[in-house]
Design a protein around this ligand. Structure first.
Ligand code: FE2
Ligand code: FE2
Length: 285
């Protein structure tokens, strides 16, 4: 388990670095200012995306929805879930500079500092809780990484699009046309996304948070849309309206690295009060 945990953090960290390289905070910053991968790290990211792109089929997603959307795995309060997620951390890995709780707190505290409404702050604080999937023994490629629609043609705007050649859906005419199983501009609510922490947490929070928050949670790793605009043909007007929030959230997720880490114990009462306002006492996972 320890090895697995440390490996999980490694993948996550590499994914994040990859995102920062693809989408630097300051586009006029020169590329080389960002840490370059050594070859083995680069390969780890590639291997990760290979597994993700080959295995995320329409059928796989439906299976995972069936398996996890009955929420019979565990019941936890918000803080218990955050603590549980944090057991993913392995301090023995010197490369990991942020544990899960710190990432959540730094994201939410940055949102709070900009004066956003409380539901937005809470969303920042819980946006990655779906990663508990890893603690239910799900493979990393089915938990983290960029997400994308399944059941229709994979966009070449998705990172490492060449790996989709080996995804069985790519050769299935039911799924490989522009719209696949969907109607033009049917609205993303009718579209199945690749399975991962975003989709899982969306379903957990569906009845508790405002729609804007649910869009942030559900689509925060959907870079092919919120950065590349590759799936407008499936979106309706309501999606476009709501996606402004996904875009507003993304910089907080990617670039919130505070030099003085927030103090979790001090901030706990504030977040507990937000949990009381919006969430059931025990959240079902
Ligand atoms: Fe995330
Ligand atoms: Fe995140």
């Amino acid at each position: 388990m320890e090895h697995k945990k440390s490996n999980f953090n490694k993948i996550e960290e590499l994914w994040e670095e990859d995102l920062l390289k693809r989408y630097p905070e300051n586009s006029h910053k020169k590329k080389q200012e960002y840490r370059n991968y050594d070859a083995p790290a680069r390969d780890t990211v590639k291997d990760f995306y290979y597994l993700n792109h080959v295995n995320q089929t329409y059928e796989f997603v439906l299976e995972k929805e069936k398996e996890f959307l009955s929420f019979d795995k565990k019941e936890m309060s918000l803080w218990e879930a955050v603590d549980f997620l944090n057991t993913l951390v392995d301090d023995s890995d010197p490369d990991i500079d942020l544990d899960q709780t710190q990432h959540l707190l730094q994201t939410s505290e940055a949102i709070k500092a900009d004066g956003h409404p409380d539901w937005f702050v809470l969303t920042g604080f819980l946006h990655d809780l779906g990663k508990v999937l890893c603690l239910f023994d799900e493979p990393q490629w089915a938990v983290v990484g960029d997400t994308f629609p399944v059941g229709c043609k994979f966009s070449d705007k998705i990172v490492y699009p060449e790996f989709f050649k080996e995804n069985p859906d790519n050769d299935n005419e039911k799924y490989n046309s522009k719209y696949g199983v969907y109607e033009p501009n049917c609205g993303l609510r009718n579209v199945h996304m690749s399975w991962g922490h975003d989709e899982y947490l969306y379903h957990i929070m569906k009845d508790s948070l405002p729609d804007e928050a649910l869009y942030i949670i559900r689509y925060h790793s959907f870079y092919a849309q919120h950065r590349e605009n590759a799936y407008e043909h499936l979106m309706d007007e309501y999606d476009h309206k709501m996606f402004k929030w996904v875009q507003a959230f993304n910089p907080y997720d990617l670039y919130s690295k505070s030099p003085t880490p927030p103090n979790a114990e001090e901030l706990k009462p504030y977040y507990q009060q937000l949990a009381t306002k919006y969430l059931p006492e025990k959240i079902r996972f």
